[in-house]
Design a protein around this ligand. Structure first.
Ligand SMILES: [Zn+2]
Length: 353
């Protein structure tokens, strides 16, 4: 794989090139649809995390062997899916198999009384306290407090969503203290999508956090926002179409909190095509008109091609890479099924024609 795509830089074998290629400008379709898909580059993780990824020290080998457990210990949201363990009998390579629909959750920012904090709640404690809780929550899995400490520090300092969650927590706490007599719950709303430019490094900042008070309809969250609840109550779902989904679940693959796929990422089209807004285009690629948005499949295809200039830590992530791919495919499938479900009328009309 030593021929790089002249548009996106992805590495390919020569025989994969499109017939429109020239010797000087090899073109490929599978990585970037010949330049129509353009995403921001994957950045090298902070040094401490990169050392855990490089596989040379004992600590690093231990980290890579347990990377899924470490990732879930540090996730801001949970991967909700039924894992099918029947294929795992202790022989052969590691298999990650899932069954049924995906249902990712993000819990309240305060733990329930008399329970250990989990997920995002752990980021509001000091590093030492958080490590103790994480060790308790993962008893019997052989995880190490030293690695926990390194990861806590890396994510506290670099992950955009960790910082945004903390701002939300502090603002909600302040509001709660100022309005002790209000019975109903307070929420924080985070605007995750800023513009449609997928090439920029897009992650929310503290400015994107707003607090809603009960009865105040001035900030109405929409499906692109992430809504956080201060105290208990039912778990909130986080959909795979939300930009915050990927950085909240895969914190060790995206340690800076780079946004993942969402429905509003524009394809890189000639000006005439890109200006027409298609209200029916949901990015699934199922419509009959020329689509203008990057589909979830385009997104994963782009990310799963290795680029000479990008960091390749995602490809070193072993079982976590596998999980991310399986999860991504399930999300793609789920989205296509939803499209079929919601477009029955259109499909029948096509059939009559
Ligand atoms: Zn390409």
């Amino acid at each position: 794989m030593d021929v790089s795509c002249s548009k996106c830089g992805a590495l390919h074998w020569k025989c994969e090139q499109l017939s429109t290629s020239t010797i000087a400008r090899p073109l490929f379709g599978a990585c970037c649809l010949s330049g129509k898909v353009e995403l921001s580059a994957i950045r090298k993780p902070p040094r401490e995390l990169l050392e855990l990824y490089n596989g040379t020290s004992h600590e690093s080998k231990h980290f890579l062997d347990n990377i899924r457990s470490y990732n879930s210990a540090f996730g801001l949201a949970s991967l909700g899916v039924t894992v099918d363990k029947t294929v795992q009998d202790g022989h052969g390579p590691y298999v990650f198999k899932i069954q049924g629909a995906l249902y990712h959750h993000v819990g309240s920012l305060l733990p329930k009384p008399a329970t250990n904090p989990v997920y995002a709640q752990l980021y509001f404690y000091s590093s030492g306290e958080a490590t103790n809780f994480r060790m308790q929550n993962n008893q019997g899995r052989g995880l190490r407090p030293t690695v926990m400490g390194i990861l806590d520090q890396v994510l506290q300092q670099n992950h955009a969503y960790v910082q945004v969650f903390r701002t939300a927590y502090e603002r909600l706490k302040e509001q709660r203290e100022q309005h002790p007599n209000v019975q109903s719950e307070f929420f924080a709303v985070i605007q995750c999508e800023k513009g449609t430019d997928a090439r920029r490094y897009n992650a929310p900042t503290a400015d994107e956090v707003s607090v809603i008070l009960p009865g105040d309809g001035s900030i109405a969250p929409d499906y692109r926002d992430l809504v956080l609840q201060y105290k208990d109550g039912p778990l909130k779902w986080i959909y795979e179409t939300n930009a915050s989904y990927q950085p909240s679940v895969y914190v060790l693959l995206f340690p800076y909190g780079e946004n993942g796929w969402h429905t509003n990422m524009a394809l890189n089209l000639p000006v005439t095509g890109a200006d027409e807004e298609d209200p029916d285009d949901d990015g699934s690629g199922g419509g009959s008109r020329t689509r203008t948005k990057i589909s979830i499949l385009d997104y994963y295809a782009y990310r799963l091609h290795q680029c000479a200039d990008d960091s390749d830590h995602i490809f070193q992530a072993r079982a976590l890479l596998q999980q991310w791919i399986v999860d991504g495919w399930a999300a793609t499938d789920q989205r296509n099924l939803n499209w079929l479900k919601n477009n029955q009328k259109k499909l029948r009309i096509d059939l009559y024609k």
